[in-house]
Design a protein around this ligand. Structure first.
Ligand code: NAD
Ligand code: MG
Length: 383
């Protein structure tokens, strides 16, 4: 069946890669809706280039500019509610969720509630509300297809055996730019240092999360929800080459891994074409040159975020919402150069440890805890 795709966050790094994939696979993919935050110029250009008739912009201050720049007859929606509306009103059968942060939750949840398959890049929505999204998807029949490279890899590796025979899931991590830095040097790393990722080219927030390894913490929680595995069955391995995208160890001792170049277009395409594997746009691994792959256990002292990720995956309830929101707020403060790099995780830890997770939260409770965590970070910084 032809894929009719809405891309939420089409102006971002994952969004633009998704458009590359859609362009290469135009025989089977039609883009029907595009949404972004503020970049109306790029959004209008994308709508024009792909003949998309439905667009949405989250920041409604730019709606007039967007409307003027789009071809006549384009339906232009605005504000967070406009994004939700876009996700469910374009007759799409696939939503690529590529908004950054908890801001992506409402539209992702709406798609799942409508039984629309979701290609999930926006890991934060699952970290915050996995306890709502996963059961909703089971009820409506919406499929959650991972786009995050590690989770795409695990999803692929799991096809080699039965779920009950899985011993452990190993998420690989590049280790980020500070893998070999000592704690003191890391504490005072600049924004430029943190944005200098060794292997992946990504948006700024996830790049900073990779430097603190909070990205891997969020991915532990994401894996817990996507694959229904407890924290004890999830491991993290630092693998600086970013060629092995993750692995699954089965009870018999066999370890199945998925490899490829570090290019997000491969997992994006797999989510869109699953279970088929047509020729892709990403470059192939070059096996003609000598290649060495390294693996090492992560340093939990320097990268305390990982401990928080495991703790949150075990605690469940509202804890993911709190950890994620505190981290988002702290990253914003670091990007605005109000706090040193070393305070990002310290702030997230402080707020996380003061929170008492409530089990089985409603969406309202999750959003209340999200707002509380952001306020706490602001309060800590101003006091
Ligand atoms: P990005 O910053 O490059 O793009 C973010 C997109 O979200 C943009 O289109 C932006 O307009 C939109 N956006 C931002 N704030 C918004 C808001 N408040 N409301 C609505 N839209 C908003 O980020 P990215 O690197 O493309 O990451 C997107 C998501 O994918 C994140 O959740 C990230 O963790 C995940 N992810 C990214 C990569 C990667 O390689 N970039 C890999 C794995 C997972
Ligand atoms: Mg990842």
């Amino acid at each position: 069946m032809r894929k009719r795709v809405v891309v939420l966050g089409s102006t971002g790094s994952i969004g633009r890669s998704t458009l590359d994939v859609a362009d290469a696979l135009r025989d089977e993919i039609t883009l029907v809706g595009l949404a972004g935050h503020r970049n109306w110029r790029l959004l209008a250009e994308q709508a024009r280039r792909f003949g998309v008739r439905h667009v949405a912009i989250a920041d409604d201050a730019h709606v007039a500019e967007l409307r003027a720049a789009c071809p006549p007859g384009t339906r232009v929606l605005a504000g967070p509610a406009g994004l939700v509306e876009l996700a469910v009103s374009c007759d799409a059968n696939f939503v690529l969720a590529a908004i950054v942060g908890a801001a992506g939750l409402p539209a992702t949840l709406a798609a799942v509630e409508h039984g629309i398959d979701v290609g999930l890049a926006n890991k934060e929505s699952l970290v915050v509300a996995g306890s709502l999204i996963v059961p909703t998807a089971q009820r409506t029949g919406a499929r959650l297809l991972p786009v995050d490279s590690e989770h795409s890899a695990i999803f692929q590796c799991l096809q080699a055996g039965r779920r009950e025979d899985v011993r452990k899931i190993y998420l690989t991590a590049s280790g980020g730019p500070f893998r070999q830095w000592d704690a003191e040097r890391m504490h005072n790393a600049t924004l430029g240092d943190a944005l200098n990722h060794p292997t992946w080219s990504m948006g700024p927030k996830i790049t900073i999360d990779s430097a603190t390894m909070m990205n891997k913490a969020l991915e532990i929680i994401e894996a817990h929800w996507l694959f229904d595995v407890p924290a004890e069955q999830i491991g993290v391995l630092v693998h600086p080459e970013s060629v092995v995208h993750s692995m699954v160890e089965f009870n018999d001792g066999s370890v199945i891994a998925q490899l490829g170049t570090p290019d997000m277009r491969t997992p994006i395409q797999y989510a869109l074409t699953y279970p088929r594997r047509p020729a892709g746009v990403a470059p192939l691994l070059d096996w003609s040159t000598c290649r060495t792959l390294h693996f090492e256990p992560p340093d939990l002292e320097r990268f305390d975020a990982l401990r928080l990720g495991f703790a949150s995956a075990s605690a469940g309830g509202t804890s993911g919402a709190v950890l994620n929101a505190a981290n988002e707020a702290a990253v914003e403060h670091f990007r605005a150069e109000r706090i040193p790099f070393g305070r990002i995780v310290a702030l997230a830890r402080d707020v996380f440890e003061r929170h008492r997770p409530a089990p089985r939260p409603t969406l309202e409770e999750l959003l209340t805890q999200d707002a509380w965590a952001r306020q706490e970070v602001d309060r800590c910084i101003s006091s």
